[in-house]
Design a protein around this ligand. Structure first.
Ligand code: AFP
Length: 280
């Protein structure tokens, strides 16, 4: 696992350099989820693949930017699913973006997840690594330095409600409105890494990306986004649900499968489960 941690750190430093210097014009390609791929996405994907290909314990990688999983070392133990540059459409307006990694032992699937990690490229570069604890690191003078362990409060103050509101179910809208009436404050940038990072570091709240009429299975991808953040939040003392089931109990059929998702502290996720149970 140390080799993987090291390769993620090397990738993050290289990605930071590319973000700072690279032209961000659109390329002509589409990724496996049908989205336009920025040249930057492709470059970041190549960096991570290059760093992971040097780590013998990594068996197979799956990337949000690749249609299929790729075997690197057939006798390796770990399977890693990653989103090289989540929220890359925010780069041209200079908002924070991130890389997300889910580390699986013996094969992909939430039940095999042993660690999860994400990197936030903002005014500072920070990394959160969750294994038996959720830990925060800061890139300082070229090295990632441990800052602190992160723990979520039972109840938070922030609300990050994703998805097009026009397409929300009415009970979902009522639930979100209810949180705002209780005093929750809106914090939504459109990048799940900085949005979830903010909730995690400010003690709690709720990030949601529900099923909507235009996206009945949600938008966020299970292997690259949903399972890694579910793992990080749960280890930090929070919860992660699709409204009915724990996100970590879900399977997947295809590497690019999505799921509705809610991540937060216990107070808010308990409310989500109550509201969704009534409207099943
Ligand atoms: P991009 O990587 O295409 O910018 O998408 C970012 C993202 O997957 C995730 O980071 C956000 O939480 C989510 O999409 C935002 O989606 P909406 O724009 O539909 O709110």
């Amino acid at each position: 696992m140390d080799d993987i941690f090291d390769a993620i750190q090397k990738s993050a430093k290289r990605i930071k350099d590319v973000i700072d210097t690279k032209d961000v014009g659109y390329s002509q390609k589409e990724n496996a989820s049908g989205e336009t791929q920025l040249e930057l996405d492709i470059k970041c994907d190549m960096i991570i693949e290059e760093e992971f290909s040097r780590v013998a314990c990594i068996n197979t990688i799956a990337s949000e930017e690749k249609e299929h999983a790729e075997t690197l070392h057939s006798d390796g133990q770990y399977f890693i699913a990653y989103d090289p540059l989540d929220g890359s459409s925010l780069i041209d307006v200079n908002l924070s973006v991130g890389s997300i990694f889910g580390i699986y032992d013996g094969g992909f699937g939430a039940e095999n997840m042993v660690a999860a990690c994400y990197v936030v490229y903002g005014p500072r570069v920070e990394m959160v690594f969750a294994q038996n604890k959720t830990k925060l690191y800061l890139l300082q003078a070229g090295e990632f330095e441990f800052v602190k362990e992160i723990r979520l409060n039972e109840k938070g103050k922030l609300m990050a409600p994703g998805g097009t509101q026009q397409n929300w179910e009415s009970y979902h809208k009522e639930m979100i409105d209810g949180f705002f009436k209780e005093g929750y404050r809106l914090r939504y940038s459109g990048g799940m890494v900085p949005d979830l990072h903010q909730i995690l570091l400010k003690g709690g709240g709720l990030f949601s990306y529900p099923a909507t009429s235009d996206k009945p299975n949600g938008k966020l991808r299970r292997l690259f986004e949903v399972f890694p953040f579910a793992f990080v939040y749960k280890i930090a003392g929070g919860e992660a649900t699709n409204g009915h089931e724990d996100l970590m109990s879900l399977g997947y059929a295809h590497v690019h499968d999505t799921s509705p998702c809610f991540f937060g502290s216990k107070y808010e996720t308990t409310r989500v489960k109550e509201v969704y149970a009534k409207n099943a």
